[in-house]
Design a protein around this ligand. Structure first.
Ligand SMILES: Cc1cc2nc3c(=O)[nH]c(=O)nc-3n(C[C@H](O)[C@H](O)[C@H](O)COP(=O)(O)OP(=O)(O)OC[C@H]3O[C@@H](n4cnc5c(N)ncnc54)[C@H](O)[C@@H]3O)c2cc1C
Length: 125
């Protein structure tokens, strides 16, 4: 049995979880960790901003969706990754502590480092 840990419940993490659940037999354990149980379909945010749809139309509950695909879902913050020990530290969520893995999928997305762009926060007025 292999323990597969997927970090991030965005497009990358969800597609990986679904594909692995389809391809692997039941003996393998798949766990997905993300800081929010709500998946938001980003491309639809423009329609949402203009009042063309509701948040419920462009988002869904990850826990329910993953459960139906036999993927464990943990709503928590990934604090640290220790590849030498094959261990991830989880904090601020429904589970806290260390999770072991045999295989890790890193899909935590990106963060805009706007603070590193000179003048980004400058007052234009
Ligand atoms: C408004 C908008 C419109 C877009 N339209 C398109 C489009 O039309 N076509 C297209 O191809 N792309 C589009 N994109 C880009 C696309 O959404 C991204 O490329 C895609 O979301 C990247 O997926 P990802 O899984 O790598 O990361 P993300 O979607 O960012 O997912 C990362 C996940 O990890 C979680 N996470 C991050 N850090 C932690 C942590 N420390 N602990 C726990 N969880 C954490 C986040 O909460 C998130 O759920 C759009 C983006 C935006 C913002």
């Amino acid at each position: 049995m292999a323990k597969i840990l997927i970090l991030g419940g965005g497009f990358g993490g969800i597609v990986a979880a679904e594909r692995l659940a389809n391809e692997l037999s039941d003996e393998h354990q798949i766990t997905l960790v993300s800081r929010s149980r709500r998946f938001v379909f980003y491309p639809a945010l423009v329609r949402l901003a203009f009042g063309k749809c509701n948040l419920e139309d462009v988002s869904f509950n990850l826990r329910q969706t993953m459960l139906s695909r036999r993927v464990n879902f943990i709503e928590a913050e990934v604090a640290r990754i220790n590849p030498d020990d094959r261990m991830v530290t989880i904090a601020n969520g429904e589970v806290e502590g260390n999770l072991n893995y045999d295989y890790l999928i890193y899909a935590l997305g990106r963060r805009l480092a706007t603070e590193r762009i000179t003048g980004f926060f400058a007052d234009c007025g």
